[in-house]
Design a binder for this molecule. Structure first.
Ligand code: NAD
Length: 327
């Protein structure tokens, strides 16, 4: 049996990454769609041979509760809409995958976790890199395979285009580069050390205050971990950077590019990394399908998404206060 997924929001990520990945997956199939655009509904219906009863608008979405052909709702909307649609999906009795960042605040994320718990459905976050071999190699450092991790450098930024897009509006995005791609750098520092950060200092820069009047553009931050390990990171909407460096007692690892859709590349103290190139999203969704089959909690659960939001809120507080903030 395959798990049937309904995608909510048919923008770039759904159309060009998730739907093709579902086609490549082993345990998943595209079962339905939720869209505000009738023309997209028509196009997707033909392309993926979807039955009319599994096509919803944002208004009719709650009727999905009566659709036995849908197992999972995958929320792929602008960040500030995640909370509402995850809670509605949970109330409809569907397991949920929510894109990153899972919400725009710690409070929202906690509400989403509580709603899924109450409904008895599983919640996971679209953290595809947990299922990607180069980043899994980085996570081996966090498991202690190369001695104590001392230092991590993790950064992710890109030059954003269209100034009118939702990513530059705080009401829809919740924040700027930090919420969008900085979160990958936080994730990487957490799985590279295998620890949760205890404090943060951070600095914000705006090279284009007009374009980025509403959201953060470039942020540098430093995390301290309980073992004494430290991480230095940056994120930006003004220029491209995408790398991870881990320095441990008996080894090191460098990934560049580290977080894109791949192919990724890297090397360690042992030489170049020759690892399989996988479809990140197919691997991520297949893992969630297995969690449903085996009634297990996902490794990228709502709680995992919540941890990153706690760090993000601490980073924003550290920028405001200029001092060290406890997490
Ligand atoms: P997008 O702008 O391409 O698509 C957004 C979709 O939401 C569109 O179909 C749009 O019609 C719909 N929408 C509904 N209400 C809207 C509103 N009020 N304003 C704007 N759009 C509205 O964005 P995207 O790149 O597909 O990103 C969607 C989500 O997926 C975001 O949370 C993003 O962080 C996440 N994402 C994750 C990855 C990843 O690698 N995991 C990659 C890209 C995007």
């Amino acid at each position: 049996k395959k798990i049937s997924i309904a995608l909510v929001g048919l923008g770039y990520y759904s159309e060009f990454q998730l739907a093709p990945a579902i086609m490549k997956s082993q345990y998943c199939r595209l079962g339905g769609i939720v869209t505000g655009t009738p023309a997209k509904a028509e196009k997707w219906k033909k392309q993926y041979n979807l039955p009319d009863k599994s096509i919803y608008s944002y208004e009719t979405f709650d009727r999905i509760a009566n659709n036995k052909d849908i197992d999972v709702v995958y929320v792929v909307l602008p960040n500030s809409m995640h909370r509402e649609f995850v809670i509605r999906a949970a109330k409809a009795g569907k397991h949920v995958i929510c894109e990153k960042p899972m919400a725009v605040s710690v409070k929202e994320a906690e509400e989403m976790i509580a709603a899924c718990k109450k409904a008895g459905v599983k919640l996971s976050v679209g953290y595809r890199l947990h299922f990607e071999p180069f980043n899994q190699e980085a996570a081996r450092f966090g498991k202690g395979d190369f001695g104590k991790v001392k230092m991590v450098e993790s950064s992710f930024g890109f030059k954003i285009g269209d100034p009118t897009q939702w990513r530059l509006k705080k009401a829809l995005a919740g924040g700027g580069a930090m919420m969008d791609v900085g979160i990958y750098a936080i994730q990487a520092s957490r799985y590279s050390t295998g620890e949760e950060p205890i404090s943060v200092t951070a600095q914000e820069f705006k090279t284009d205050p007009v374009k980025f009047k509403d959201v953060d553009e470039t942020i540098f931050w430093q995390l301290e971990f309980p073992s004494g390990a430290v991480a230095s990171s940056m994120t930006s909407y003004a220029s491209y950077i995408e790398r991870l460096y881990i320095s441990a007692e008996s080894g090191w690892l460098e990934l560049n590019p580290a977080y894109g859709y791949g192919p990724l590349a890297g090397k360690t103290h042992q030489g170049p990394l020759n690892l399989p190139i996988v479809n990140h999203q197919a691997a991520q969704m297949d893992d969630f399908a297995k969690c449903i089959f085996e009634n297990k909690e996902s490794n990228v659960s709502g709680e995992e998404g919540l941890k990153d939001l706690k760090v993000i809120e601490a980073i924003y507080r550290a920028i405001q206060t200029g001092g060290k903030v406890k997490i």
